[in-house]
Design a protein around this ligand. Structure first.
Ligand code: GLU
Length: 281
């Protein structure tokens, strides 16, 4: 059975781009008699606020995008992340790093999907692990895992190329896991068969595929959908004035009609489905 998910982070209100993402995940599941799950990505206790989560529940109901089962919370799964990281450490695949963003930017020789690529400064150094971040030795991990492939429903088969990110952080200084580790483990634990999310996260799937191989996790299919963009091609964001779904709900708008318009490809003035994300990674 197909199972999809919508996985918002409660660090701000949802806007129309989120409604589109939730609709895609919901409709793909429903079209095949599958399940649509909701996961609250609240691993970052500093930035996550429970009041946003409450709003998410109301917004999704108002949009007519009901989810199956109980909503999942990353903050209740921390043990899973720590345990997986310990396994990767025991395999000799993680190393501590204390470099700052500024140091990385100064030393980087190339750009990756998230900005300057960490050049591996601490890989072969004795770094005090106390309070350090832990990075994945990607070259070593790839040696162990061998060549990997993953499949996106829209873009087709992809040779996994996690090295585009350099040695990614899996355990953050102040958190029990990074997005990459937590999302990969959650999708496996939730039995997600079709990982539905925006094209902005397409490159992340290279890393997630590698983590699945290292940790012996099931391999889903992915569906990266186009993002709603503003006239300048940038994705919608609350800070640039996209009204929140909560505000529209409170103003008495019809949430189901909003979703129906998105389904039919009718977007508000100036907003369109972006096509500009480079698939070649
Ligand atoms: N929590 C992420 C976000 O809100 C989505 C992550 C995912 O779908 O894998 O952008």
């Amino acid at each position: 059975m197909i199972r999809t998910r919508f996985a918002p982070s409660p660090n701000g209100p949802l806007h129309l781009g989120h409604a589109y993402a939730a609709m895609v995940a919901h409709d793909l599941a429903r079209a095949q008699g599958g399940e649509f799950r909701l996961r609250i990505e609240d691993i970052d206790g500093e930035r996550s606020r429970p009041e946003f989560t409450e709003e998410f529940f109301r917004d999704l109901e108002w949009l007519g995008l009901g989810w199956d089962g109980e909503a999942g919370f990353q903050s209740r799964r921390l043990h899973l992340y720590v345990e997986a990281a310990e396994r990767l450490k025991a395999m000799g695949l993680l190393y501590p790093c204390r470099c700052t963003r500024a140091e990385i930017a100064a030393a980087a020789t190339r750009m990756g999907p998230d900005g300057p690529v960490y050049p591996g400064t601490c890989r072969h150094q004795a770094v005090d692990p106390q309070g350090a971040a832990w990075r994945l030795d990607v070259a070593r991990a790839l040696d162990l895992a061998g060549p990997l492939e993953w499949r996106d429903e829209r873009a087709g088969p992809q040779p996994a190329a996690p090295a585009i990110f350099g040695d990614v952080v899996l355990l953050r200084k102040e958190l029990p896991a990074s997005y990459h580790l937590a999302a990969t483990l959650d999708d496996a634990a939730d039995g997600i068969t079709l990982v539905t999310r925006g094209m902005d996260l397409f490159p992340a799937s290279h890393v997630h595929r590698l983590l699945q191989a290292l940790l012996g996790l099931p391999v889903p299919v992915w569906h990266h959908h186009p993002l709603l963009v503003e006239p300048d091609g940038r994705k919608l964001a609350k800070r640039r004035g996209s009204p929140s779904l909560g505000d529209r709900r409170r103003a008495g708008e019809d949430g189901k009609a909003i979703v129906e318009a998105l389904r039919q490809g009718r977007f508000p003035a100036g907003i369109s489905l972006g096509t500009g994300v480079d698939l070649s990674a």
